[in-house]
Design a protein around this ligand. Structure first.
Ligand code: AMP
Length: 234
């Protein structure tokens, strides 16, 4: 499918586990009426439904490692071929390796260029956050035990549970995998005019405002013709 709509916001939210990619991605997508595509959610749904994909991915996810590139690229290629991304999308959790980023660039050929926002959070803050993170067993909404001491989901009232890969040892492995495989993506994208980093070590509302401002800045530059696709940022 070729998408030529110039105003589409094709947003990639980068960042380590616990940076708030999911929370921010959902909010941004809702505000702009575009789909939020989380590869972690796609895989967790597959595990829950017991599909072939779920059976293949489950052990890898529970160990905090990465599902293989070929499979992830096929999932995202199929998802980005659907009509509902014509007005834009938010990708959360993909790409996670340079090979995935290269494949995404190829998938994006002929479409409005990606906007890539890195949510940066120091490691010690991530470990503390992930220990407090709970997700709703019914709707998947993430929250912090600090915010929901009553242990029910603020959105649907469902029961809050610890994600099976948010245990301390798996979190440590996920941070190691992030440093090895995913952090190099910051270098991969950082010279592009449509890359921005935002400080994620703040309240969700402040991070959301910074993310929205960063996207607006990229769009304004693009509209002014100062940052055509592919040109390096000074
Ligand atoms: P997330 O919800 O994004 O933290 O993803 C949860 C888990 O799903 C990860 O720890 C990986 O095991 C797997 N996963 C999600 N997205 C990807 C991806 N793009 N590449 C490889 N594995 C992924």
């Amino acid at each position: 499918m070729t998408v030529t709509m110039g105003s589409a916001i094709n947003l990639v939210v980068l960042g380590p586990p616990g940076a708030g990619k999911g929370t921010q991605g959902v909010e941004f997508a809702r505000g702009h009426g575009i789909p939020q595509i989380s590869t972690g959610d796609i895989l967790r749904d597959a595990v829950r439904s017991g599909s072939e994909l779920g059976r293949r991915a489950r052990a890898t996810m529970e160990a905090g490692r990465l599902v293989d590139d070929e499979l992830m690229i096929a999932i995202v290629r199929e998802r980005l071929d659907r009509e509902d991304v014509a007005g834009g999308f938010v990708l959360d959790g993909f790409p996670r390796t340079v090979a995935q980023a290269v494949a995404l660039d190829e998938i994006m050929t002929g479409r409005p260029p990606l906007i890539v926002i890195d949510i940066a959070v120091p490691d010690d803050a991530l470990v503390a956050r992930l220990a407090r993170r709970r997700v709703c067993g019914a709707c998947g909404q993430a929250t912090s035990v600090d915010l929901s001491p009553e242990s029910r989901c603020g959105r649907c009232g469902g029961e809050l549970v610890l994600r099976s890969d948010d245990t301390e040892s798996v979190v440590r492995e996920r941070l190691r995998v992030y440093a090895d495989a995913t952090r190099p993506l910051v270098d991969y994208y950082s010279q592009r005019p449509s890359f921005r980093a935002v400080d994620g070590d703040r309240s969700p509302a402040e991070v959301g405002a910074a993310l929205a401002a960063a996207v607006d800045a990229v769009l304004a530059e693009r509209a002014a013709g100062r940052a055509p696709a592919g040109e390096s940022r000074a």
